[in-house]
Write a protein that binds this ligand. Structure first.
Ligand SMILES: O=P(O)(O)O[C@@H]1C[C@H](O)[C@@H](CO)O1
Ligand SMILES: Nc1nc2[nH]cnc2c(=O)[nH]1
Length: 321
């Protein structure tokens, strides 16, 4: 005798037409995160930040692993420790400080997450990308998402920057999405389109900026994929990703971009290539990715990343002034 709801609930009798076609709200199992972060809660967090900072930022930045210095260059910063923001999760990963920095950069009002939330920390995807909705309700129009990633494209070298022009959502292939659960149309539509997610004008401007900085040979345009982590990939997985057209692999960003596009933000994203992924079997210990190396490379390249971001923000600001 089965005691589960599907059998004991007469409305949900398995195999009946009623069960299959029913749209009764009692048949919907809301994910816990969609209950935790309804519109009103996101609005409360956004109010806390806009009132506390006295600003309505236009650009949101998410700092990748070891790239926290992107927030250190913000002028007149108002700093909000995550643990002091109501209903905010805490950062648990080394290289992710856990604070929100609001201020100005190149004349534009910005807010930066110095520390993001990852699926492997045990947070559901909607919670990982909840701050993107907070940004939206704070007034943010542009999302700049950055990450540290392993380079699968053999042309990529450690320290290169890959401007994301598309992604392969491996967690989505497995049936997981930050948009799962009831949709609130105040954020966006039930079925958002994701072609053209990465703003072409911003990619082109970043390429021009790379040229002006003299680093054009270190700048690529490519496809990122997010896996669940926290383990790095096997050779067979890396080979499979390469065959799918993936150029760089990481453990973040995709769900943030989906959430940003759902609420109609313009997105610019890049990966700092912190390690080269082996796609052939060998005994070399060098082939093994590790977080210390990821952090060290990010620290080495933070100046270039900061300059790229600052110059791009200046262009956005000048164009809207
Ligand atoms: O937050 P990001 O995506 O930059 O961090 C990457 C993925 C893991 O968190 C970590 C692995 O070294 O770096
Ligand atoms: N999944 C994944 N994430 C990374 N972050 C930095 N390097 C890597 C990598 O090689 N794989």
């Amino acid at each position: 005798m089965c005691n589960t709801d599907c059998c004991s609930n007469p409305k949900g009798k398995a195999g009946t037409k009623t069960a299959i076609n029913s749209t009764n709200s009692s048949d919907i199992i809301p994910t816990p995160e969609s209950l935790l972060y309804p519109y009103e809660v996101i609005e409360e967090i956004a109010d806390f930040i806009t009132k506390g900072s006295g600003m309505r930022p236009k650009i949101g930045i998410i700092c990748g692993s070891g790239l926290g210095s992107l927030a250190d260059i913000i002028q007149d910063p108002k700093i909000f420790e995550y643990e002091k923001i109501p209903n905010f999760p805490v950062s648990t990963v080394e290289g992710h400080a856990g604070r929100l920095v609001v201020g100005t950069l190149e004349g534009a009002t910005v807010m930066a997450m110095q520390g993001r939330f990852h699926f492997y920390e045990g947070y559901p995807l909607a919670k990982c990308s909840m701050p993107v909705r907070v940004m939206k309700l704070c007034g943010v129009e542009y999302l700049f998402a950055t990450n540290a990633a392993g380079g699968i494209n053999p042309r990529f070298a450690v320290g290169d920057i890959m401007l994301m022009h598309d992604h392969v959502n491996m967690l989505g292939f497995a049936g997981n999405s930050p948009l799962q659960g009831p949709n609130d149309p105040r954020f966006g539509p039930r079925f958002p389109a994701l072609v053209n997610s990465y703003n072409k004008d911003l990619i082109n401007k970043a390429i021009e900026i790379g040229k002006a900085m003299g680093i054009e040979s270190n700048i690529h345009v490519g496809v990122y994929s997010c896996l669940g982590g926290p383990n790095y990939e096997t050779i067979a997985e890396l080979k499979a990703l390469r065959m799918m057209g993936v150029d760089a692999v990481g453990m973040s960003t995709v769900h943030e971009v989906i959430t940003a596009r759902h609420c109609d933000m313009k997105v610019f994203a890049f990966s700092l290539i912190t390690n080269k992924c082996a796609t052939e079997y060998s005994d070399k210990k060098d082939d093994e990715a590790n977080h210390d190396e990821v952090m060290a490379v990010a620290k080495n390249r933070q100046k270039a990343c900061c300059e790229l971001v600052s110059r791009l923000i200046r262009e956005i600001h000048m164009a809207s002034a």
